[in-house]
Design a protein around this ligand. Structure first.
Ligand code: ZN
Length: 270
């Protein structure tokens, strides 16, 4: 019997847990860097803090890519794929991108003129509050940058591996409505750009299947030639809820879907 590929199952769950565990350590280390921000010397200390966080993101990002590569290789073996393939490890995002993201996350800590109508509510808060908010945003930004490196590694491997036919999104039971909806899309095929030249393969279908928000722990599951793809039981149930309660309402589908998930006990308690 052909081996089965799915967005659910033990390997996908284990990979998500491993990646999630990694970002927990990242958060712990980021909190350790908090002391670098000196409230009386913001101008000088924030750039130093950004540099330190950037180094962490780089270190954890490469761990995320390695975890993803191990997972990909194990899935390839489980799918009974023969022939060698070396998973290309996706590198860190450009320094510039990490710096910009962190500058965005900390933009509200700077002192503003309270009489300027352009000053937002968040910017009027006391400095301690602004610092806590900035830290939360920075953690979310770092989580995404790191996890994206692992997800990017699986995606790139699927792209380059002649034995891979596509990928699916694996969402956690506690994921948000958007992620659950993307998981119901199932297998997204890559198609050869020109016959016999897999390097030029492109992905068909919906690009949002690989769009991830901050604090999103969804993973990408590779699917190989010879595998049958089956949606997990939970994704099939989400698909049914979408079809019955959301699909008939263009323009309001995501809201309707979120409500249907909540009504049927599929939304995490916040
Ligand atoms: Zn989500």
């Amino acid at each position: 019997m052909a081996p089965t590929g799915s967005d659910g199952g033990r390997a996908a769950d284990a990979q998500r847990r491993a990646q999630r565990g990694l970002t927990r350590f990242l958060m712990r280390d980021m909190r350790g860097l908090r002391r670098l921000i000196i409230p009386s010397r913001l101008e000088a200390s924030v750039p130093e803090w950004i540099e330190a966080v950037r180094a962490l993101v780089e270190q954890y990002g490469s761990a995320s890519a390695s975890l993803a590569a191990d997972y990909y290789e194990a899935e390839r073996v489980a799918a009974l794929v023969t022939g060698r393939f070396t998973v290309p490890l996706v590198g860190p995002p450009p320094e510039e991108q990490v710096g910009n993201s962190l500058r965005w996350a900390t933009k509200d800590i700077w002192e503003r003129d309270p009489d300027d109508p352009a000053t937002t509510e968040a910017q009027r808060q006391p400095l301690e509050v602004r610092l806590v908010q900035a830290e939360k945003k920075s953690e979310a930004v770092a989580q995404k940058l790191v996890t994206d490196q692992g997800r990017g590694t699986v995606r790139e491997a699927v792209h380059q591996d002649r034995a891979a036919v596509g990928y699916a999104r694996a969402a956690a039971l506690g994921a948000c409505a958007f992620c659950k909806l993307m998981a119901t899309r199932g297998l997204t095929y890559k198609s050869a750009g020109s016959a016999g030249r897999d390097v030029n393969s492109k992905f068909t279908g919906d690009a949002s299947v690989v769009k991830f928000h901050d604090n999103c722990h969804c993973q990408i599951v590779p699917v190989f030639k010879g595998q049958r793809f089956e949606l997990s039981d939970h994704a099939r149930e989400w698909e049914r809820l979408y079809r019955d309660y959301a699909a008939p309402y263009p323009g309001d589908q995501l809201n309707r879907f979120r409500q249907a998930l909540a009504d049927h006990g599929h939304m995490p308690v916040l």
